[in-house]
Ligand binder design. Structure first.
Ligand code: LFR
Length: 481
């Protein structure tokens, strides 16, 4: 029996999850979990890439200590963020986070160089202020020397895979999130690269999930205490999550629920019409060169931010520390408070950019209520009720837009990821959309990562077969409207 390892790193935490197939079922075992904290470097909010690499290695050692060393492994993370490396593989850029302000106020300049209508027609990628293409414009303005020193552009999972194996490769699904890849050819778009003033040599051939990268370097073997073969999963976490959705049929809406809520469907071809651009739906590259047609919704980030703020949590020197605010709020506390304020009616547009990285999420929600002439939340319960209602309302309108844009009717919403455990949000979602909600599996992203490796090793012969195994292996909760 072969053992596979998924290292799945999200914006707030990462985990090492082992998987294997036994009697036609997929089994999972969590080995290691770690926080993902940011730090300020060179005036920007950055991911602590050294700490993350340290955790990747620590998780490998934890596998060895359990006597459960994997035969294969792959890493996925959130999308859009990258590093530049020189010819010797040394990092020449910081690992700036997509929530950093470096792309603020860049839109007008970007629009001149790269009109969004033109870009969308070519790439099918939604407008997000933090898209890689805009981050690269910001970097070019602030640090042209980094672009000059760079030999390669690597997304974060590409970089970690390089540290593991010594091979620098660009993985396709995550590359599409840059808005530099043509949705029509599936390759880097030369015209976009030259319009953005980016050297073509930085961008290597695109490798699809399932590509075998190779074995650990000697150094990693020494650190980990074993050797292992690295296989590319869909390295964009949402690409992995969508692969793991145990949809019953073609009429299911998929929702990957974590820091972001990613709501959409899988299509065989991109939709790059003007109506689709106006609704800001994206066409991200998926497993088997299918397209994730979806909308980014602010998601649990709003709830996570409020919890941190109310509990006085902040990051100090790479650790989460608490100043005394009288009380530490847990997620169940916040849900209970929201439920008690059931009648509080105010709703904000959860997708407003003001919620992307506000100094205070609670204040941002309150001022959005005030500006739109609605009641301003006065208690934690009212604040949470407003956030929950607003998320559910965003889901409802995204499903509505999806119906119009694809001309199809949908019969259920399948939620995967940590957020599918929030029974309160599931009930509100079923009520708002009028659709049954199927919740699970919780570890959708890690599972999808493992499935791409298992498909490459012949454990399953098609994504449909692998998804059928997911249905057999995990409990899926149903919530009816
Ligand atoms: C989810 C996700 C989304 C992407 C956002 C930023 O974790 O990967 O798909 O839009 O993070 O990278």
């Amino acid at each position: 029996m072969r053992t596979y390892l998924a290292v799945d790193i999200g914006a707030s935490s990462g985990r090492h999850i082992l998987g294997w197939v036994e009697d036609g079922r997929i089994r999972l075992e969590e080995v290691y979990r770690f926080p993902n904290l940011q730090k300020v470097v060179g005036g920007h909010d950055c991911w602590d890439i050294e700490a993350l690499w340290g955790h990747i290695l620590a998780g490998l050692k934890a596998c060895r200590e359990r006597g459960r060393t994997p035969d294969f492994m792959g890493i996925d993370t959130w999308a859009v963020d990258f590093v530049l490396v020189d010819g010797a593989g040394r990092r020449v850029s910081d690992t700036v986070s997509y929530r950093d302000a470096r792309t603020d106020a860049l839109r007008a300049e970007a629009e001149k160089l790269l009109p969004f209508a033109w870009l969308y027609e070519r790439t099918g990628i939604q407008y997000q202020p933090f898209n890689t293409i805009y981050q690269l414009l910001a970097l070019r303005r602030e640090h042209p020397e980094q672009l000059e020193d760079a030999e390669r552009f690597l997304m974060l999972p590409d970089y970690f895979h390089y540290l593991l194996t010594g091979r620098m490769e660009n993985e396709y699904t995550n590359a599409t999130s840059t808005a530099l890849v043509s949705a029509h050819t599936g390759d880097w778009d030369g015209e976009i690269l030259s319009a953005a003033g980016l050297p073509r040599k930085l961008f290597g051939p695109l490798r699809t999930p399932g590509t075998v990268l190779g074995r650990f370097t000697e150094e990693v073997q020494r650190e980990a205490g074993f050797d292992c073969t690295v296989i590319l999963p869909a390295t964009h976490d949402t690409g992995s999550a969508f692969l793991a959705v145990p949809a019953r049929d073609e009429n299911a809406v998929y929702l990957s629920s974590g820091t972001w809520s990613l709501l959409g469907v899988e299509n065989g071809a991109p939709i790059t019409s003007a109506a689709s651009a106006a609704a800001n739906f994206t066409n991200e590259g998926g497993y088997d060169r299918r397209f994730r047609y979806l909308k980014n919704i602010m998601g649990l980030w709003m709830i996570q931010s409020i919890r941190r703020e109310l509990s006085g949590l902040c990051y100090v020197a790479g650790r989460e520390e608490r100043s005394d605010t009288g009380r530490e709020w847990t997620f169940p506390d916040l849900i209970a408070a929201a439920a008690e304020a059931e009648g509080f009616p105010s709703v904000v547009n959860a997708n407003d950019e003001r919620f992307l990285a506000p100094v205070s999420m609670a204040e941002a929600v309150k001022s959005a209520c005030a500006e739109s002439g609605q009641s301003v939340p006065g208690t934690v319960g009212e604040l949470m009720q407003c956030v929950y209602r607003s998320l559910a309302e965003c889901y409802r309108s995204a499903v509505e837009e999806l119906r119009t844009l694809t001309g199809r009717a949908y019969t259920s919403i399948n939620i995967v990821g940590g957020g599918c455990q929030d029974g309160y949000l599931n009930r509100l979602t079923a009520r708002a959309t009028g659709l049954p909600v199927l919740a699970g599996p919780v570890e959708g992203t890690a599972l999808g990562n493992l499935m791409a490796q298992m498909l490459a090793c012949g454990e399953f012969h098609s994504p449909a077969e692998a998804r059928a195994a997911v249905r057999r292996s995990f409990t899926i909760k149903e919530v009816h409207p």
